[in-house]
Write a protein that binds this ligand. Structure first.
Ligand code: C2O
Ligand code: CU
Length: 454
């Protein structure tokens, strides 16, 4: 397979075949894991396209169940979003489906199904989608690392028990094997003198990666594809928190021979080595030239100071959350009966899904096109939730009631236990847009509704 796939100037066309395959998560001598993957591989092919170009994705579904393709984070026309039943794009087994759109923003994005998500992503259906800047920044190497977390049995096979009530109602399906680009032992040779752009994507169902880079100087340049106004130096004390669905673009300067290690501290009693850059030789590259200039901003409309619409969303439910019940299909339903439907979460006292796990008919909020909306998100549960909005990038205005010094554009905001945040966006993309927790076990058990832009 051509990997990565390269953009022609006019645009890029990619054929993706979700199907069964095998993966060597532990190297060629390790167990062969049966997976579902695009082209049968994990991750799927890395797609690269240039900002402003058209991307055409043709999906041929070779699975035995329906799937869909959602380009996460891309501000695209609603009917190309691949998030059924809200938007078209449910692809039956054996069927072929085409989505096509122009990519407005440069940055690091990804693609995955939006049907039976916990299982389809948990079995390996996901891949990186890179939108390159029209004038790429001065780096010597540009690589994308898709981080994942697998729940495997003792034979190295995927634990087939998806949707366990414990996972749905607690922190989601955390695994026992983490990989980078489908390998638990990824090692990549680099040259001393290089400035490396490292695009990190958290494709895990539930694990919140807590990342350190040991052995090199570096900066966070962008989050969720959107450039930071001021690059943020990486430190040994402050890990980069990446909830499911989130991305970070790092620049890493390789200044001496040796190993640069990406570490995960999400289980802080036991740091996990995620991947290694092994530096040798020497080139006269861009390393050591000091703090990089910020990446060029994307054409995202910034919210005005006085919002037109203001809405508070209180997230409740889950284990140890104290929720007694919520409205389901228009009627108050106690927690026990909700659990009987495999539903555990509510937003403002209402489960935004139906008892048979479809979408509730009414949007959580309607915003007239062009207006600025501020959402106050309150996590009144005992669990963290990375909350994601489709079709828009939003600004995080405040956390815990404290205003942020600089606007942070993103498409997913991680709310830790008890945390709250205010986000603002210009509703400039008409349609019905999914608004959900990206812990996939929460997404499929009630924490998913939609916002309507008219
Ligand atoms: Cu990554 Cu609703 O999606
Ligand atoms: Cu959640």
């Amino acid at each position: 397979m051509p990997w990565p796939l390269r953009a022609a100037e006019s645009g890029v066309s990619v054929v993706l075949e979700p199907r069964a395959g095998t993966a060597n998560l532990f190297g060629v001598d390790g167990a062969k894991t049966a997976v579902w993957g695009y082209g049968g591989t994990v991750p799927g092919p890395e797609i690269r396209v240039r900002q402003g170009e058209r991307l055409t994705l043709e999906v041929v579904n070779l699975l035995e169940e329906a799937t869909s393709l959602h380009p996460h984070g891309i501000r695209l026309p609603n009917d190309q979003d691949g998030a059924p039943p809200l938007t078209p794009g449910s692809i039956a087994p054996g069927e072929r489906h085409v989505q096509s759109f122009v990519v407005p923003d440069a940055g690091t994005y990804w693609y995955h199904p939006h049907l039976n998500s916990a299982e389809q992503l948990g079995r390996g259906l996901l891949g990186v989608l890179v939108v390159e800047e029209r004038e790429p920044p001065a780096v010597d190497r540009d690589i994308a690392w898709l981080l994942d977390d697998w729940r495997l049995d003792k034979d190295g096979q995927i634990d087939g028990a998806f949707g366990l009530f414990h996972d749905l109602s607690h922190a989601g399906r955390w695994g026992n094997a983490v990989t980078v680009n489908g390998r638990a032992d990824l090692l990549l040779g680099v040259k001393v003198g290089e400035r490396v752009r490292l695009r990190l994507v958290n494709g895990a169902n539930a694990r919140i990666f807590s990342l350190l880079v040991n052995g090199a100087e570096g900066w966070v340049m962008a989050v969720d594809g959107q450039p930071l106004v001021r690059p943020q130096a990486l430190t040994a004390e402050e890990p980069v928190l990446l909830g499911p669905g989130m991305r970070a673009d790092l620049f890493i300067d390789i200044l001496k021979p040796g190993r640069v290690v990406l570490q995960d501290l999400s289980r802080s009693d036991k740091p996990i080595q995620m991947a290694v850059l092994s530096a040798s030789g020497g080139v006269s590259g861009h390393a050591g030239s000091g703090m990089p200039a910020p990446l060029p901003p994307n054409p995202v409309a910034l919210p005005k100071a006085e919002p037109d619409v203001r809405q508070r969303f209180v997230l409740t439910g889950g284990a140890m959350g104290g929720m007694a019940g919520a409205i389901l299909d228009g009627a108050y339903t106690d927690m026990r009966s909700l659990a009987g439907h495999g539903l555990f979460w509510a937003i403002n006292g209402v489960v935004p899904m139906t008892a048979d796990h479809g979408m509730a008919p009414d949007p959580l909020l309607t915003v007239p096109r062009g207006q600025t909306a501020v959402l106050e998100l309150v996590n009144d549960t005992a669990w963290p939730h990375p909350i994601h909005l489709h079709g828009h990038s939003f600004v995080v205005l405040s956390r815990g009631g404290v205003a942020l010094p600089e606007p942070e554009l993103r498409d997913t905001v991680l709310l830790l236990r008890g945390e709250r945040a205010e986000i603002a966006f210009v509703a400039d993309n008409p349609g019905d847009w999914m608004f959900h927790c990206h812990v996939l076990e929460h997404q499929v058990s009630g924490m998913m509704g939609f916002i309507r832009v008219t």
